[in-house]
Ligand binder design. Structure first.
Ligand code: PMP
Length: 362
C-alpha cells in the first residue's frame, strides 16, 4: 500500500525528492546482479552432524558461478589502472568459469574477450563461452612450468596485441579482493557473525584467501579449512608444513586443485588452520544425495566443498556452524556427471548409493 501511494504521489514531487522516495529495487544490468547470493541451510546434513551446515549459493550469480565476482573485479582493476580502454580486449587463461564471467562482463562493457583453456574441460563450458561471444582456444593440458600451459599462452597473446590485458586471475590479487570486499562480508552478515568454521577448495585461491582474511579479521576464532581434491598438492603442502610435492593423479572436479601456491593464496596461507583431502567417491555420492534430499543441483567442486563441511563438522563436534561455497550448478557438467558411460570410465557408479542411480539418465 505504501509503495503504491509513494509511486502515485512521486510524480508530483521534484525529481530529487522522487529519487529518495523511489521504491524500485533494480540493479544495474549484469554487473549489478553479481553477488548478494543466498546462504542456504542444508537440512539433511545439518541434522546428520548436529551442526549447522550452510552453503553460499554462488551458482545464483548471473553468470552462474562464484567466478563472476572475480571476473568483475579483475576487469574493474584493469580499467582503474588504465590498462583497459574502450574497445580493448580481455585475455584470460581459465578452466571455464572465470572465462564465462569475463565473457558476460565483456559483453556488458563492450570489450572483446579471448579465452585459453585446457582441452580437458567440459564441452558445455566451451559452447557457452562461444555463445557469449568469446574467442576460445582449447589447448593441451600441460603443467604450469611448460611454456605451452594455457596461462602462458594467454599472457603471450595479450602481450602481442595493442589495448589488450591479460587479467591473470591466478596471481592478480584483485581476484582475492572481490571476496575480501563482497563474499566475506556477506557471509558475516548472513550468519550475524555466528560461525565457527569456513571451508572451501581452491583453484586460484581467491575465494579462500579473501573470505578467510575477512572472517579472521572480524573474529580470529573462526577456523579455516582448505578442502583439496586428488591431484592437488595443497593438502600435502599444508600437512607437511610447506613441502611442495609433484602433482599426481587427477579428479572429476573441475576448476579446483593446484600444483603450486598462487599469489592469491600465498600471503594468506598463515590463515589456514587445517586441510581436508576429499576423494572423488565421496564427492559424487554427496552430489547425488543433495539432488535427491535437498533439490540442490551443484557441480563437483561444490559437492567436494560440502563433503569438506561435513568432515569439518565431525572434527569440531556438535553445535557448530560451518560455512562453505556452492561454486556453480551441475548444468555445466551434466554430460559427464549424469552419464553412465562417463561415470563408468571413472569407476564411480558404485560410489553412488544404489537408490540414487536412477538419476544417471544420460
Ligand atoms: N569451483 C569452480 C567450479 C571453479 O571454476 C573455481 C575457479 N576456478 C573454483 C571452484 C575455485 O575458486 P577460486 O579460483 O576462487 O579458488
Amino acid at each position: 500500500m505504501l509503495a503504491i501511494a509513494t509511486r502515485c504521489t512521486a510524480g508530483l514531487l521534484p525529481r530529487v525528492t522522487r529519487r529518495w522516495l523511489s521504491s524500485d529495487k533494480y540493479v544495474n544490468g549484469f554487473v549489478g546482479a553479481i553477488g548478494n547470493t543466498p546462504l542456504m541451510y542444508i537440512k539433511s546434513l545439518s541434522k546428520a552432524t548436529n551442526c549447522r551446515i550452510l552453503g553460499k549459493a554462488e551458482f545464483m550469480n548471473p553468470g552462474g558461478s562464484v567466478k563472476d565476482r572475480a571476473a568483475l573485479y579483475v576487469v574493474k582493476d584493469a580499467e582503474e589502472r588504465g590498462l583497459l580502454k574502450p574497445g580493448g580486449t580481455v585475455v584470460e587463461g581459465t578452466a571455464g568459469n572465470t572465462g564465462i564471467g569475463l565473457a558476460h562482463v565483456c559483453r556488458a562493457k563492450g570489450y572483446r574477450c579471448v579465452i585459453f583453456m585446457p582441452n580437458t574441460q567440459s564441452q558445455e563450458k566451451i559452447d557457452l563461452l562461444r555463445m557469449l561471444g568469446a574467442e576460445v582456444y582449447p589447448v593441451p593440458a600441460v603443467a604450469y612450468d611448460n611454456p605451452a600451459n594455457y596461462n602462458h599462452q594467454a599472457q603471450r597473446f595479450a602481450a602481442d596485441l595493442p589495448n589488450a590485458v591479460w587479467t591473470n586471475q591466478f596471481d592478480n590479487r584483485a581476484n582475492r579482493r572481490a571476496h575480501l570486499e563482497t563474499t566475506g562480508p556477506e557471509i558475516w552478515d548472513q550468519t550475524g557473525g555466528r560461525l565457527d568454521a569456513f571451508t572451501c577448495a581452491t583453484g586460484t585461491g581467491g575465494t579462500l584467501a579473501g573470505v578467510a582474511r575477512y572472517l579472521k579479521t572480524r573474529d580470529p576464532r573462526i577456523r579455516i579449512f582448505l578442502a583439496d581434491p586428488p591431484g592437488s598438492v595443497l593438502h600435502s603442502y599444508i600437512q607437511s608444513g610447506g613441502q611442495l610435492a609433484e602433482r599426481q593423479g587427477g579428479s572429476i572436479t573441475e576448476g579446483i586443485g593446484q600444483g603450486r601456491v598462487t599469489n592469491n593464496l600465498k600471503p594468506d596461507l598463515e590463515l589456514i588452520d587445517d586441510s581436508v583431502h576429499i576423494p572423488d567417491e565421496k564427492t559424487i555420492a554427496i552430489l547425488y544425495r543433495l539432488l535427491d534430499e535437498e533439490g540442490i543441483y551443484i557441480g563437483a567442486s561444490s559437492a567436494l566443498n560440502v563433503v569438506a563441511a561435513v568432515e569439518v563438522a565431525k572434527k569440531l563436534g556438535p553445535n557448530h556452524t560451518i560455512v562453505t561455497i556452492l561454486c556453480d550448478g551441475a548444468y555445466r557438467y551434466q554430460s559427464r556427471l549424469f552419464s553412465r558411460k562417463w561415470l563408468e570410465s571413472k569407476q564411480l557408479v558404485e560410489a553412488i548409493p544404489e537408490h540414487l542411480r536412477k538419476y544417471i539418465v544420460l
